[in-house]
Ligand binder design. Sequence first.
Ligand SMILES: C[S@@+](CC[C@H](N)C(=O)[O-])C[C@H]1O[C@@H](n2cnc3c(N)ncnc32)[C@H](O)[C@@H]1O
Length: 253
Amino acid sequence: MTVSTYDDIAEWYDSWVGTHSMHEDPYFPAVAALMGEVAGRRICDLACGQGRVARHLAGLGAHVVGIDLSAKLLEIARRHEEAVPRGIEYLQADAQSLDGEALGTFDGVVCFMALMDIPDLAPTLRSVARILQPGGWFVFSILHPCFHTSQSGEMNSPEGAVRTVSRYFMEGYWRSDTRSGPPGKVGAYHRTLSTYVNALTDTGLQLARVSEPRATGDLADSPSLSGLSRPVWAEVPAILVVGCRKGTPKQDA
Ligand SMILES: C[S@@+](CC[C@H](N)C(=O)[O-])C[C@H]1O[C@@H](n2cnc3c(N)ncnc32)[C@H](O)[C@@H]1O
């Protein structure tokens, strides 16, 4: 199995995301809104990391399987499960090559802030489609590809904070020393918006809803460790949230 770059930064990542609940996460509500009711549903938290989303969903009554490539992050997730059992199953697997038969079928797959960490999008989406039951949902959030590239940043202007972006069309791996979060540590994979939308469509995942949460109030005013709460995010969206459905097979007339 491929070694995860997150193994090297697992402890850092765990403390970076902190101990707050997903209720307090500024951007999770936009994801939750697209997932809808989760109680009683079988849900896969894809690229679950140390399991913060998995724990949240299990707390709401979902049957959760968390999948991640990083053995170290899964170790932290399993420690939580041992301390407070929530019935979460954790599997180490590469999202780009999930074995659908072994994993069964899910009512929903959520992938929170991770698709841009995975090198190959098309095989990952095919994995998602394979493990979803027909009509099942796939909800993901990513760093907004229009505002995070290898050459993006911000500057102050008399009118306020301005996001600067170039190299939008340059897809592929990038890493920036000026970034405080994962793109500064392990880098990320940039893709244009059209690449995301077309890859979903090619996989038979039908786009249902898109959301671009705007930072308001404290979130826009007070700089945070994550770097995702800054005035500039009241001007342009920091993240993109997408909800899709797996099509149901056509019935013969
Ligand atoms: C930014 S973290 C997000 C983790 C988690 N969803 C959260 O919100 O805390 C990105 C995650 O993607 C995982 N990842 C990267 N490549 C992967 C792959 N090919 N298959 C499965 N997980 C992968 C990393 O190990 C890491 O846990």
